[in-house]
Design a protein around this ligand. Sequence first.
Ligand SMILES: *Cc1c(COP(=O)(O)O)cnc(C)c1O
Length: 389
Amino acid sequence: MSTLKYSDRLNKLPPYLFVEIDRKKKKLLDEGVDIIDLGVGDPDYPTPKHIIAAGKKALQKAENHRYPFGVGLRKLREVIAEWYKQRFNVSLQPDSEIISLLGSKEGIGHIHLGFVNPGDVVLIPEPGYPVYSGATILAGGVSHFMPLVEENDFLPDFGSIPDEVLKKAKLLFINYPNNPTAGVAGKEFFRQVVDVARKYDIIVCHDAAYSEIYYDNKKPVSFLEVEGAKEVGIEFHSLSKTYNMTGWRIGWACGNSDILKGLTKVKENIDSGVFQSIQEAAIAALSGSQDCVEKMRGIYQERRDVLLDGLKSLGWQVKKPAATFYVWIKVPKGYNSIDTSGIILEKACVVTTPGVGFGPSGEGYIRIALTVDKKRIKEAVKRIKKIKW
Ligand SMILES: *Cc1c(COP(=O)(O)O)cnc(C)c1O
């Protein structure tokens, strides 16, 4: 079609930054090279058996073959409320303060359509999950990026955002534990967020996809734990990382009921809810034994320690992540993040993600995902060790 024209909003989406890495990876794979992929943030273990069993059983029931009820089964919302109470000591009303999502990405990508008018500002952390800014562009909004730098513990500095930007801001995205920096936030920071949101009338969207991937028993806190949070924001949660369910597509948003109403209205015009069998699986995941999650944390922690020991022996500067399954690593002096990932791929056949792909402040770093077993991590380090920089 010679006259085919994409919309302005599609044309405004930024170019995909991992083209070159993907091309090199594909070429090596085609050559039959043994690649160790430390790039993808997708758990390598299957979904725990009892969760699959619950989904399977639900699949047999005819009532689950029909359109699901929009915001999710009442039972699922009750189970989420119970889980929240146990985990964070936060009370949520199942009827008005929780909605199910087709994966948290779906809600994170649609919330803009409920609140952002063309020209409105959305505050976005960078480096960060690309959906925050992609969805801003699709909604006609303007992204204002908040750099996350090591000197500030990978927390945004609200004091450095100009007043006129804050006045135009409709949404504020934050994400802790953070992808890709592995930064964590405490209540002190969340209190600051509530203050800013109140002062400037901004809706807070906290992406808590990694709340259960933590180490050394240091449990991350919920944004909703701090006073006033429920008046200004919502929190996005996902079953993807916690229960190795990335392919199932289920998550939820919870918090302020009026904000959730806006998101629900958008969703009513786009989707018809999560397949009920998957909701049944989620009920089993959240209400059943959490031993499987504890076990996964143990596995990631072991991998983390193996990787860090290995990188230390290379003389690399690495901060031990307290949460997430990512390690955010400073590149060798004299190289940028794209060069570093490219060299590691070509010389060691190990895939890493260049930090700059997540935003300009990611320059100088690469991200490694702990989603391969420790034997392979050891092998990757051994290969990287042989590189002459
Ligand atoms: C993986 C991820 C998500 C999305 O998870 P879903 O599978 O859509 O629930 C959201 N935010 C961040 C930062 C992630 O890394």
